[in-house]
Design a protein around this ligand. Structure first.
Ligand code: PAF
Length: 283
């Protein structure tokens, strides 16, 4: 397995694979990998001939008071995990390689980034789409796989690829959960034992709302109220948002008549956790 740190070397590596007629899948990550990332990598291995995994903790998608410095990092552990899946290469550039002196370009997806996390993290998605555009140009994949836990990110990246004609298939992979329902996240490592116990309320709230939805409830306010009640029962939880949105536009919906996503963000201790569940009226 190759470890590549420069854009130029990465482009050469991908170009030679493309010349050999190989299909390339990319799984972009910020490292500190867990089973969720591994599921994306396994999907990449199935869908393509060659898997590339990038590890880059992207400073420009963190706000000034966020956890860029503290974000967990362990390259040696990540390397072993990526090797065990059978990736051909890790692309792990330094910050100055991605953002050299004089860098001043930003990729902005205007509409789908405004709601949900876009409200409390106003610069976040511009940072994500800018770095993903750069990662795409460095690794030149045929397809790229993203976890649906970051649902709004997934929608924004799909939009960017379509709008800018990247010619890359953007594939979403289902959320991977602990046995008790907590969605896997590198940020779960911030939780104390007490906070970890409370964090299960996020998925509980979503699952109970889905049960209510499956029983025929279509009024988003009632589903949101139920979820609020479940999470508010946890003293250490501070709700950022709980919303029901159209699956394509990410706009709030009041009555669910087409596919929607119930999404939430909750602060628990030092961690800001997100989770979601898709609600399909036709099912
Ligand atoms: O989901 C993530 O880990 C990051 O937002 C991504 C897509 C790797 C961009 O930095």
């Amino acid at each position: 397995m190759q470890i590549i740190q420069t854009v130029q070397e990465m482009q050469c590596f991908s170009e030679s694979l493309r010349n050999e007629g190989k299909k390339i899948a990319l799984v972009p990550t910020m490292g500190f990998l867990h089973e969720g990332h591994l599921s994306l990598m396994r999907m990449g291995k199935e869908l393509a001939d060659v898997l590339i995994v990038s590890i880059f903790v992207n400073p420009i998608q963190f706000g000034p008071d966020e956890d860029f410095e503290d974000y967990p990092r362990d390259f040696e552990r990540d390397k072993k995990l990526i090797e065990s899946v059978g990736a051909a290469c890790i692309f792990a550039p330094e910050v100055r390689e991605i953002y050299p002196e004089g860098f001043q370009t930003s990729v902005k997806v205007a509409h789908v980034t405004q709601n949900l996390c876009g409200i409390s993290r106003p610069t976040h998605f511009d940072g994500v789409t800018t770095v993903v555009a750069k990662l795409f140009n460095a690794t030149r994949p045929h397809c790229a796989i993203f976890g649906e836990k970051d649902f709004q990110q997934f929608v924004a990246i799909k939009r960017m690829c379509q709008d800018l004609n990247f010619g890359i298939e953007v594939i979403g992979a289902p959320i991977v959960r602990e046995q008790d329902g907590l969605a896997l996240s590198s940020r779960n490592t911030y939780l104390t034992a007490e906070e970890r116990a409370s964090a299960v309320s996020l998925s509980q709230a979503l699952f109970e709302a889905k049960t209510m939805f499956d029983a025929g409830e279509r009024d988003a306010v009632n589903l949101i109220e139920l979820a609020h009640k479940i999470i508010r029962a946890e003293k250490v939880a501070r709700i950022d948002y709980i919303k029901v949105c159209d699956i394509d536009t990410m706009e709030d919906v009041s009555v669910i008549s087409r596919d929607a996503v119930m999404a939430l963000a909750v602060h628990i201790g030092k961690a800001r956790l997100i989770d979601n569940i898709v609600l399909k009226p036709a099912d």
